[in-house]
Ligand binder design. Structure first.
Ligand code: DGL
Length: 272
């Protein structure tokens, strides 16, 4: 019996934090990762543009016969998920809902902070998802765009990173949030430093971890989990030359990145 792969995409390299969690939770599964390195970042772009990009990538992955699609990019999850869910013939998992669910589980005070790209924060997708689960929650949000280049540069705990974190997080800290959602693919790399800045009383929620658990639950429920004795293969596609993706990606994935292939989305029929 042949088992289909899990498809996963991001605007670039950041989604490898989600892939890393999926590999850890489901080591038996094959994966197809697509990083849109020619068009990154998504966090600064309009919802219309991100929805179009997401449709093109989804159609590329669907043609490769995936069994489930993970939208690892928070910005794409925030704006494109309803369209993808409506159009695709496979289950589609975003990172917002799992992160919101976990935040609601762990908060005691109901004051929840959310950080992400400008696009994610502007969409209010996390606030809506949290309030759907816990209507009396108080959600405080802050866009932290500079965390993305810091993580890619490997500046995850130096003076510049700490100063930036203080500037971004001070308000949330003073507002007394007891839970902070790391609502961007890159932020798990900065987690120890963010934890330090927020202090021991604030729980950090990593959307990547929660998403991997959700993927596992959906595949199990549908009888699509590969037997655990198997060992998964991992394929990587990017839309620009692979060099930068390989360099930064190995850091994101702890040196386990395989061959990376450049592909063109020009011939793909868009799903929107
Ligand atoms: N992957 C994006 C996200 O999680 C961050 C990088 C970008 O702006 O494209 O929102």
């Amino acid at each position: 019996m042949t088992w289909k792969s899990i498809g996963i995409f991001d605007s670039g390299v950041g989604g490898l934090t989600v892939l890393r969690e999926i590999m850890q939770t489901l080591p038996q599964e094959d994966t197809l990762y697509f990083g849109d390195t020619a068009r990154v970042p998504y966090g600064t772009k309009s919802p219309e543009t991100v929805i179009r990009y997401a449709g093109e990538i989804a159609s590329f992955l669907i043609k490769r016969d995936i069994k489930l699609l993970v939208v690892a990019c928070n910005t794409a999850s925030a704006v494109a998920l309803p369209t993808l869910k409506r159009q695709l013939p496979v289950p589609v998992v975003g990172v917002i809902e799992p992160g919101a669910r976990r935040a609601v589980e762990v908060t005691r005070s109901g004051r929840i902070g959310v950080i992400g790209t400008a696009g994610t924060i502007r969409s209010s997708a996390y606030s809506r998802a949290i309030k759907r689960l816990k209507p009396d929650a108080e959600v405080l949000t802050r866009a932290c765009p500079l965390f993305v280049p810091l993580a890619e540069e490997g500046w995850i705990d130096n003076q510049v990173a700490r100063l930036t974190a203080h500037m971004y997080l001070q308000e949330l800290k003073e507002a007394g949030v007891d839970t902070l959602v790391l609502g961007c693919t890159h932020y798990p790399l900065l987690k120890p430093m963010i934890a330090d800045v927020m202090g021991p009383d604030v729980m950090l929620v990593d959307s990547a971890e929660e998403t991997a658990r959700t993927v596992s639950a959906i595949l199990a429920a549908k009888g699509l989990l590969r037997p655990s004795a198997e060992k998964g293969n991992h394929n990587y596609y990017v839309s620009d030359i692979p060099a930068g993706f390989v360099r930064v990606g190995n850091r994101f994935l702890g040196g386990r990145l395989g061959d990376v292939f450049q592909v063109s989305l020009d011939d793909e029929e868009t799903i929107t």
